[in-house]
Design a protein around this ligand. Structure first.
Ligand code: ADP
Length: 426
């Protein structure tokens, strides 16, 4: 390949007279020096990333633009703008390059960082370990949690180092991730967990003491009230006898409330093993064995086939006994309960509906009935704990619970279960 401009230049030179040639050569020389300086300045600017495009004059005066936008700039921007610290180390661990984020993490100016031994920027106790990172085969990358020594303080970081051989440069690339925020969050979480554990232990102690210590005097109170009621002299006026009866009724009610709270505490705490539960079988057994659910008391119809779900059998039994118990309980006086149970299934979930012809629940009360001690219909037996237990049990099995209802038109409670995965091809 011939170099056409150079050939042209030497032809022109030999065609000129000697005097003109020496004056011309000086000018040529000055011109060439100036161009050399300009080229060197351009190269320096490119190396330091100050240039995004070059305008080069072609042999016949046309201007060509060579842009660096496509190649260098994105990398430069990425490294400079990323939220991680980045270092380039020589083979001896001297820092050849650091991005602005690293300088920010280290709390030092870049001039102080570039040219320093990298381990010197970390806590003295970690420096040996970091030095050793250069020794191991770092081609696949090595990583460590360590501590940056910032002036007057320290900062936990994660250091990921990989060996690098490129463009004649042998050394290491290092990415430094700030762990201060994560560590602080972990610390806060640990502290709040410890506090929660303490509170749970206190509550457990409290519920144990309610269950075992307070129920004994309560039962004594109730028994004495019953004895008093039974042994009452007929001459005692009826209002006074009624007061004694009320003491006994209140003691019984308080005992039920305590029992409900203890059941709830047990549901929250106890291990729920998960197995496949055939809801069809479970409900058939339940309808046979609960006196209030027998055909003499209510019409309860299971529509279609009920699915096999994932859950704990004892817990699911408790859920349906609470839902069905409510469905037969909250009806207007003299109305025979009519209840329909049906299911809707998808690949991963099953929703089981318990629909009744009872009193219904006003929309503004529908959310709170799943909370502890919430009761909407006064004059009916209950503690307000049944649906709270239903919700807790269902949520612990990975499901959900809800209700659709209108006052005077009955209620439809639904519970959602996970269903076992069907093996592909079945
Ligand atoms: P309890 O039955 O002991 O009162 P629950 O937690 O089971 O407590 O229910 C909370 C309240 O929700 C009940 O007191 C009642 O007012 C209302 N409720 C629950 N189920 C029904 C239902 N099927 N029909 C109408 N109201 C209901």
């Amino acid at each position: 390949m011939t170099n056409e401009p150079a050939q042209q230049f030497s032809d022109e030179l030999s065609a000129r007279p000697p005097a003109a040639r020496s004056g011309g050569l000086r000018r040529e020389n000055e011109d060439l020096r100036a161009r050399l300086e300009e080229a060197e300045e351009t190269l320096r600017a490119i190396r330091q990333g100050e240039v995004d495009a070059l305008v080069v004059e072609g042999p016949s005066g046309e201007q060509q633009v060579f842009t660096l936008q496509g190649a260098e700039t994105p990398y430069r921007v990425l490294v400079e703008e990323m939220n991680e610290g980045a270092l380039l180390l020589g083979a001896d661990g001297i820092i050849l390059y650091a991005n602005a984020r690293f300088a920010q993490l280290a709390g030092r100016p870049l001039e102080e960082i570039v040219g320093a031994d990298w381990t010197g920027l970390f806590a003295p106790a970690d420096q040996q370990r970091l030095k050793a990172m250069l020794g191991v085969d770092a081609a696949a990358g090595v990583r460590q949690e360590t501590t940056l020594q910032t002036p007057g303080s320290t900062r936990p970081v994660d250091v990921s180092l990989a060996s690098m051989r490129r463009n004649g440069l042998e050394g290491f690339s290092v990415v430094v991730t700030d762990l201060a925020e994560r560590k602080a969050a972990e610390e806060a979480l640990r502290a709040s967990n410890a506090k929660l554990r303490e509170m749970v232990a206190e509550l457990e102690h409290f519920s144990y003491s309610i269950g075992h210590d307070m129920r004994a005097p309560l039962r004594a109170m109730k028994s004495f009230a019953v004895i008093l009621e039974e042994s009452c002299d007929p001459s005692i006026p009826a209002p006074n006898r009624d007061l004694i009866r009320r003491i006994s009724a209140a003691a019984t009610r308080l005992d039920h409330l305590i029992q409900g709270s203890l059941n709830y505490a047990r549901v929250v705490k106890e291990e729920l093993s998960v197995e496949q539960v055939d809801l069809g079988k479970l409900l058939a057994g339940l309808l046979e064995s609960y006196p209030d659910l027998l055909p003499q008391k209510a019409d309860i119809r299971v529509e279609g086939q009920l699915p096999v779900v994932l859950g704990n059998e004892a817990a699911i039994t408790q859920v349906f006994s609470n839902l069905l118990g409510n469905a037969v309980k909250f009806v207007a006086p003299g109305v025979r309960p009519v209840i329909r149970i049906r299911a809707e299934e998808s690949d991963t979930r099953a929703q089981v509906w318990v629909e009744d012809n009872g009193l219904g629940i006003a929309s503004e009360s529908q959310c709170r009935i799943f909370e502890m001690f919430q009761r909407v219909h006064k004059g009916y037996e209950g503690t307000g704990m049944g649906l709270a237990i239903v919700r807790k049990v269902i949520e612990r099995m990975g499901g959900r619970v809800g209700v659709e209802s209108e006052v005077g038109k009955g209620s439809s409670f639904w519970v959602e279960f996970r269903v076992p995965m069907v093996p592909p091809g079945r």
